[in-house]
Write a protein that binds this ligand. Structure first.
Ligand code: ATP
Ligand code: MG
Length: 319
């Protein structure tokens, strides 16, 4: 038996959300926040709320934003022994605005924040490596220190028989860096479960049809499960030994799309780690993604099992 079901590592940040669609960054306006955030943290919160034993490696500053984030992780029951508090650098921040067409723009302050000072000693890494799954987000591969730490952790998880899930979570703002791009490709090569969005897959496929790219990945790489996320159009799961499984989205009133993919992934991996069937895990993941978009704030739409069971039941169970 492993100490943890799921370990995640990466950026912890305080997020501010523009209140009005179409609001700009170059004109004064109102923002809501601070909200605890960071893609791996959203994933971790969702998985922990579903009962998975989750541990986190990250770094926050010695400031109020750091308190906000640590309080939230702790309240969700996440092990934070590997969350450092940097004395010199402030907690990372992100500002998000929604364009009129629904697309998002971010301003990140990560490179010069505590988020880029992520460090865990050998004993800490060894403790974290005792897990069933390590989950990595592409957005976490944004600094040389984070890339190196996640590499070391992945090597140790592999050595102890753990599996790796990877959500490329490609953000153009971060992917301009060649080291980040190279690290994303390394993680795609090395993962067991691959969780791209349509935009992530387009980045990989250079115009080839989606199904062909997925077939090539399953054939040529280590991964054995690919789940393609299509926002309000649901998701599709691919394995090499079964026809693709289409999963419809639950119809909900979308108030803030941020965090849907992270909650989807957190629910999927928590369910798989708990031994649920792939069909059941996909249903829970779809419900978690739908629930996430009904709340403003990146982590505010994370859900527990009872909430998801109720959402699924209210739609007659099927999907
Ligand atoms: P993120 O912005 O968190 O990175 P993503 O692009 O990784 O998101 P999405 O495809 O947007 O992931 O969302 C993941 C899943 O959540 C979808 O596959 C779907 O099941 C569910 N979902 C997302 N948006 C909606 C919506 N508006 N209504 C219902 N379900 C949704
Ligand atoms: Mg995503």
């Amino acid at each position: 038996l492993h100490r943890f079901d799921i370990v995640t590592a990466g950026e912890l940040l305080a997020e501010f959300v523009a209140e009005r669609p179409g609001q700009r960054f170059d004109v004064p306006g109102r923002f809501q926040g601070p909200f605890p955030s960071g893609a791996p943290a959203i994933f971790a919160s969702q998985a922990a709320r579903m009962g998975a034993r989750v541990a986190y490696a990250g770094c926050v500053g010695s400031d109020g934003f750091g308190d906000l984030i640590l309080d939230r992780l702790t309240a969700d029951g996440i092990d934070t022994a590997a969350v450092g508090r940097d004395a010199d650098y402030p907690t990372g921040t992100a500002f998000v605005r929604y364009r009129d067409d629904g697309d998002r723009d971010f301003i990140f302050n990560l490179a010069h924040s505590a988020a880029a000072r992520l460090d865990v000693d050998d004993a800490g890494l060894e403790r974290l490596a005792d897990c069933r799954y390590l989950h990595v987000m592409g957005s976490s591969l944004s600094s040389p220190t984070a890339i190196a730490l996640i590499d070391r952790l992945a090597t140790r998880v592999r050595a102890r028989g753990g599996r790796i899930s990877f959500d490329p979570n490609i953000r153009a703002e971060l992917m301009a860096d060649p080291a980040t791009r190279a690290a994303v490709l390394t993680r795609i090569d090395d993962c067991d479960v691959f969780l791209p969005s349509e935009a992530d897959l387009a980045w990989l496929s250079h115009g080839e049809p989606e199904a062909e790219t997925v077939a090539r990945l399953l054939d040529e790489r280590r991964m054995s499960l690919v789940v393609l996320k299509r926002a309000a159009r649901g998701s599709e799961a691919f394995t090499s030994d079964h026809a693709p499984r289409r999963v419809a989205a639950y119809p909900v009133d979308e108030r803030d799309p941020t965090g849907a993919g992270d909650c989807f992934g957190g629910a999927l991996m928590a369910a798989l780690a708990a031994g649920e069937s792939l069909e059941r895990a996909l249903q829970l993941a779809s419900a978690a993604g739908a629930h996430a978009v009904t709340r403003v704030g990146p982590m505010e739409g994370c859900s527990d099992r009872a909430t998801l069971d109720a959402l699924i039941a209210s739609h007659g169970g099927a999907r």
